[in-house]
Design a binder for this molecule. Sequence first.
Ligand SMILES: [Zn+2]
Length: 348
Amino acid sequence: MATSLLKLISSFFILISIFISQAVAQSDGCQSESKNSCNNKSAALPLKLIAIASILVTSMIGVCLPLFSRSIPALAPDRNLFIIVKAFASGIILATGFMHVLPDSFDMLWSPCLKENPWHKFPFTGFVAMLSAIFTLMVDSIATSLYTKKNNTGVIPEIEVADMAADNTGEHFHGHHHGPKIGIEGSQLLRYRVVAMVLELGIVVHSVVIGLSMGASNNTCTIKPLVAALCFHQMFEGMGLGGCILQAEYKFLKKALMVFFFSVTTPFGIAIGIALSKTYKENSPTSLITVGLLNASSAGLLIYMALVDLLSADFMGPKLQGSIKLQIKSYVAVLLGAGGMSVMAKWA
Ligand SMILES: [Zn+2]
């Protein structure tokens, strides 16, 4: 299942890249940029090459940081610090959805470059984001029930849930490590894996698009600060994703693949942007609609996943329900993660 998901995601990734590059190659932009002293194509190119290299490295550092945390004993999965770091990562993912991807989509689909009818008559962003959240729930629940049926543990989860609810009221969680537990742990692991894959998919769209708009720009005044901003952006987002890859407990090769996919997306976007910078118009209706709708659906996906699969799953779980003190620490971590990513929305 995980392998076919990986294949699905890599083909989706390639498809999206082709799709976006096709869409933005249209040259029917509605307003041309005014010429200013900052526009210098020959000076912009080396800056973009520097950007490709530095963003690649910082993305890798960001996404690998949580993965290497395995070697630190204080960050073992059953320790409190691990829970707090995970809460921080979930906060980042939540803010990516609410503060980066959703507003981007609103901007694009409400653009004055689009026709009044139908784009300004109906809030397409909210509609698509909502549908995407419902769709994510559907995939989530159907995949889980199919997996449960396949493993023939259909009756056990109910008992186990009641058991866990009883544990929640007590101060400590005493685990039963006999038979039925394995079923729940198996489906929990599968869930973590699906979450990590789907999150990567949701993040990829935003990462390609921010790279693309930088690659296509020749404004040396804005590129310089943007390189630094994008490095931080990718590092932060990488930390969020890395936290989720960590708990999916993939084998080395799959982990490396997911790290690779995430790290190359923004540099890849910049490269497409450079290649298309002659014909690329950020404001062409086709590119606004394509990227706007893609952003809306990934916003719904990211928000659902962050709230339901990451935050709610942890905060309602036995470990955090058992300790108010740990809950408060985790909420501080969520706010820090979400706050940091929100600050970055100022630039990209
Ligand atoms: Zn962003």
